[in-house]
Design a binder for this molecule. Structure first.
Ligand code: GDP
Length: 332
C-alpha cells in the first residue's frame, strides 16, 4: 500500500520495523504510545522504562500504578474506559473493605488486587521489583521488555499550598485540588537505575519520551537515569553523543488529555502548551512531536519537529502515532 501524506506525517500501515528504541513512560499516556510501539517493533527492539515515583503502600499492599498500567496495556488487559486497572473488573474486595469502614479512596479491583498481593508477597520474600515485573510480564504474555526505573523505593512528594503531600494523596485522594508549588523525589540520592536500563539506552538508536506528565512521570525517570550526563573532560565529548531523544507532547491545544499536567504548568507560572513541554526537555531533545493543532508553535522550538495527530483515541491511533514517531526518528 502506498503511504499517504496526512497533516505533514507519512502514515504507513504498521509492519515490523527494526529500530532499537527505549521508551520512557508514566501511566496512561505513556502506556498508549508504548502499546503502539510494541505493535511495530520486534520484542528485542523495544524496552519500556517506567516511572515508579507514584508507587505506594496501601492496605498493606505494594502498588505500582504506572508499571501496572503499562503492563496491563501491553498485555491487552487494561480497562479502556479508565486508562488504569483491569478490563472486566469486579469490585467485591474494595466494597467489603468499605463496609468494614476501611479506606476506599484508592479504587482497587479484584483482579488488580491479585497483582498487588502477589507482588507484595514476593517483595517481602526478598525478590526485586524488576525480577517480579519480568515474571509477571511472562505470565501475561508480554514479549517486549518492561523495566521499573529502579528497584529502590523512591517517592514523588508534591509540595502544595497545603504543605507536602505524598503523590497518591495529592493525585487520587485530593483529586489534584491543592495548588502545586514544586516536586521532590524522596530516595533519589541512593536509588540506582535498574539493571539493564543503561545497557538498553546505550544500545538504542533513540529514546522516546512518551506523552506522559513531564513533572511527575518523566522527570523522576530522568532523575534516576539521566540522559544528558555531565560533559566529559575536554575533547572526549558527551557520553551519549549521537543518541537521538524524541519527546511527544502530552499537552494538546494548551490542555492535558487527562490528568493534571496543564494545571501543574499553570500553577508553576508557566503557560501550558506543547512549547512549554519542549522547553521542559530543553537540551535533551533531538526532535519533538506535537499535535497538528499546535503546528504553528514549531517555529519557536529549537529542534526539528513533527506535527501530527497525537491524540490516541483507539488502538489504531496508537500504532499510527508510533509509526509516525519511528519515521520521524529515521529522518533525524
Ligand atoms: P499517569 O501517570 O497515569 O498520569 O500517566 P502519564 O503521565 O503517562 O499520562 C498522563 C499524560 O498523558 C497527560 O498529561 C495526558 O495529557 C497525556 N495523554 C493521555 N492520553 C494522550 C493521548 O492520546 N495523546 C497525547 N499526546 N497525550 C496523552
Amino acid at each position: 500500500m502506498m503511504p499517504t501524506k496526512t497533516k505533514g506525517a507519512l502514515h504507513r500501515p504498521p509492519s515490523t520495523v527494526h529500530r532499537r528504541i527505549v521508551a520512557l513512560a508514566g501511566g496512561v499516556g505513556g502506556a498508549k504510545l508504548a502499546y503502539g510501539l510494541a505493535q511495530i517493533l520486534a520484542p528485542e527492539d523495544l524496552t519500556v522504562i517506567v516511572n515508579t515515583g507514584d508507587d505506594f503502600e496501601h492496605l498493606g499492599l505494594y502498588i505500582c500504578p504506572d508499571l501496572d498500567t503499562v503492563c496491563y496495556t501491553l498485555a491487552g488487559l487494561a480497562n479502556p474506559e479508565t486508562g488504569w486497572g483491569r478490563v472486566n473488573e469486579t469490585w467485591n474486595t474494595i466494597s467489603n473493605i468499605e463496609k468494614l469502614g476501611g479506606p476506599n479512596w484508592f479504587r482497587l479491583g479484584d483482579q488488580d488486587i491479585a497483582t498487588h498481593l502477589e507482588r507484595t508477597r514476593r517483595l517481602k520474600g526478598g525478590q526485586s521489583l524488576s525480577q517480579i515485573t519480568k515474571d509477571f510480564c511472562k505470565a501475561w504474555g508480554i514479549k517486549h521488555t518492561v523495566l521499573p526505573m529502579t528497584d529502590s523505593p523512591v517517592r514523588t512528594i508534591v509540595d502544595t499550598d497545603e504543605g507536602e503531600l505524598a503523590f497518591q494523596e495529592y493525585f487520587v485522594h485530593r483529586r489534584c485540588e491543592p495548588r502545586v508549588k514544586g516536586f521532590r523525589l524522596d530516595g533519589v540520592q541512593v536509588a540506582e537505575p535498574v539493571i539493564g536500563a543503561r545497557e538498553a539506552i546505550e544500545s538504542a538508536e533513540a529514546i522516546v519520551i512518551c506523552p506522559s506528565n513531564p513533572w511527575v512521570s518523566v522527570d523522576p525517570i530522568l532523575r534516576i537515569i539521566p540522559l544528558t550526563p555531565a560533559p566529559l573532560p575536554k575533547g572526549e565529548g558527551r557520553r551519549d553523543k549521537g543518541k537521538k531523544v524524541v519527546a511527544v507532547s502530552p499537552i494538546i491545544g494548551g490542555k492535558a488529555v487527562k490528568g493534571p499536567a496543564a494545571k501543574m504548568y499553570s500553577e508553576l507560572g508557566i503557560e501550558p502548551s506543547a512549547l512549554a513541554v519542549a522547553e521542559h526537555y530543553r537540551g535533551l531533545l533531538s526532535g519533538f512531536v506535537l499535535d497538528s493543532i499546535d503546528a504553528e508553535l514549531s517555529m519557536k522550538i529549537a529542534v526539528k519537529t513533527l506535527a501530527t495527530d497525537t491524540l490516541m483515541k483507539n488502538l489504531s491511533d496508537r500504532a499510527r502515532l508510533a509509526t509516525d514517531v519511528l519515521h520521524f526518528i529515521g529522518s533525524l
